[in-house]
Ligand binder design. Sequence first.
Ligand SMILES: NC(=O)c1ccc[n+]([C@@H]2O[C@H](COP(=O)([O-])OP(=O)(O)OC[C@H]3O[C@@H](n4cnc5c(N)ncnc54)[C@H](OP(=O)(O)O)[C@@H]3O)[C@@H](O)[C@H]2O)c1
Length: 426
Amino acid sequence: MERVSVGILGCGNVGAALVQLIGRRGPEIAARTGLDLTVARVAVRSVARERSVHLPDGVLTHDAFDVVRDPGIDVVVEVIGGIEPARELIVTALNAGKPVVTANKELLANVGADLFAAAEGAGVDLLFEAAVGGGIPIIRPLRESLVGEKVDRVIGIVNGTTNYILTRMTEDGVTYQEALAEAQNLGYAERDPTADVEGYDAGAKAAIVATIAFGAKVVAGDVYHEGIAGITPADISYASRLGYVVKLLAIAEQEEGQIGTRVHPAMVPTDHPLASVRGSHNAIFVEGDAVGELMFYGRGAGGDPTASAVLGDLIDAAGNLRKGYSASLGSLAKATIRPIDEIQTAYYLNLEVIDQPGVLAAVAGVFGAHGVSIKAMEQEGLGDEARLIFITHLAREAAMQATLRDLRELDVVDRVGTLLRVIGEI
Ligand SMILES: NC(=O)c1ccc[n+]([C@@H]2O[C@H](COP(=O)([O-])OP(=O)(O)OC[C@H]3O[C@@H](n4cnc5c(N)ncnc54)[C@H](OP(=O)(O)O)[C@@H]3O)[C@@H](O)[C@H]2O)c1
């Protein structure tokens, strides 16, 4: 039996759940692996604060740097969050030859490549399964099981808050504001929900996934994002009538040597596996050249599911340390990012127009002038006005944006409504 002294930085939702999980699972892990995981030190901001977990006297400290520099600590878990001091703490631990496990998506999506290089240089593990999809295993499958695969595209529902809001809008007809307020009352959404509803959280995860799937340095700033605040109950009900559900998707794709990463609401055909992902659940759908389609599904957040992923990494890192081995990401190339204007996708658009002869021809003419071909159209009377709903064939984003600009200039168009990208169309 080998004792492994674990230093945990942070004892909030994830840190506290990890302490409890190690307590519950420790004996069985020891029996199976020969590793006796011992929570030796835990750093927090406030030592005086009451905790949901019991820690022996002397384990808690407010000095996280003292933990990472402690020669008695074998492996470090960083669950503080944010960029600093998390970055400096991780680099200090790695440079001291200690493997690090982190759940910190924000940090990895911004300075991940520097941290991977520090781990590589020190010859120890930097593992981060929990940073994307909480308890869902996706990083290890991408970096190990699929390392020989040519991954074409990864599409994720990776933010539980927005998926909860969109599910409530779809299934119960409530407005965005009502669903958001409910998510806040249930504790699914923060008081300031910007990071979730504007797509920043999902964008960080898209950058990490693109880095691992395509072996290139992709950062949060490379990800195009649009949020869900503009989605109306009418969009949701048109989507449903046309055979789609609206989801906030994080998409990472590689084509002709270029990597595109984007987060935006999209229409997903009801028979696509991602359409069935409801409530606060997450799923990541992978399209590979030889393997075909895969989907990973589960709880994308919450103390226990996230701690489960951290614990898996911790056992791996401790086992590797014993063997003098470290998992490598290999060399990461500089990423060539495909600008959003150059992506090709199908679109949904709704327009309010004057209900008079010739309007449809004028509107269709604008689509045609930019080479955007219409796949399906529906018309609905609104008194003196009409609402036109379009689904296009695949078109370039730049052409679709030019179409929108010209439609806004048409006298017969009163309002250009929501534009949504549609997946699964050819
Ligand atoms: N929560 C989830 O469901 C989830 C899912 C996936 C990934 N993650 C990631 O996991 C990480 C932790 O999230 P969380 O929800 O557990 O956060 P949290 O509940 O806010 O906990 C943060 C912990 O860090 C401690 N801390 C803050 N600054 C510190 C410092 N300078 N030195 C030492 N300790 C410090 C805090 O101490 P006090 O307790 O004294 O304030 C607290 O215990 C984040 O990177 C997050 O993105 C979370």
